[in-house]
Write a protein of this length. Sequence first.
Lengths: 114, 113
Amino acid sequence: DAGITQSPRHKVTETGTPVTLRCHQTENHRYMYWYRQDPGHGLRLIHYSYGVKDTDKGEVSDGYSVSRSKTEDFLLTLESATSSQTSVYFCAISEWAGGSYGYTFGSGTRLTVV
Amino acid sequence: QQQVKQSPQSLIVQKGGISIINCAYENTAFDYFPWYQQFPGKGPALLIAIRPDVSEKKEGRFTISFNKSAKQFSLHIMDSQPGDSATYFCAASLFSGTYKYIFGTGTRLKVLA
C-alpha cells in the first residue's frame, strides 16, 4: 500500500482518555489525510496535511487534532475520546498511479471507545 | 452542495451479470470523480476515475458513465465475478491545492457464484 503503515491496528480505550493514532509513509508524499469510516456515512475527512507543520481541517474535525513534525509521520489525536468516535480510521496519501490521480489508503485502525 | 448520494446501499448480482451503482452530486464545481473498491479488513483502493469532460471511461470490465447535465455518474461492472464482491464507494472532488474527496455512503456488492 505505497508504504503506508497505520498503528495500532486495533485499540480499545475508555471514554475521556486521549488517544493517538499514527500514520507512517516511506515515499516522501507531500499530502496526507485522515478519514473515518462509519456505516451509512462512507468516509469523511477529519484533517489533512500539505507539508511538515502544515495542516488543515476537514468536514468532521471537532474533537480531533493532528500533527506532522516529519514528512513521513502524520499523527491523529483524539483529545478526550467519546463513544461517537468509535470508528475505523484510515490514513491516506495522494499520488498519480496508472494514469489516474487518487488516494492510497492504509489498512486502517479500528478504534473502540467504551 | 457537498454531498454525494450513492445508491443502492446493497446489491446482489448473479455471476456473469452486470452490476450498476449510481451516484449523484450537486456541486457543479467538482472536477474529478473516482471510484474505490474495498474488501473487508482493507483500506479502499482506487478502481477507476473520470473527469467531467469525458462521458465514459472503460478499464477492463469496469466502466464509468458520466452525465454532466444530470450531475450523475455510475459504475458498471460487466461479467460480474464472485471476486468482485466488495464495497464500492464513489467520490467527487474539487482541486484546491490538492483533492479532498467527498465520498458516497458505499454500496455493498455480492456476486453469487
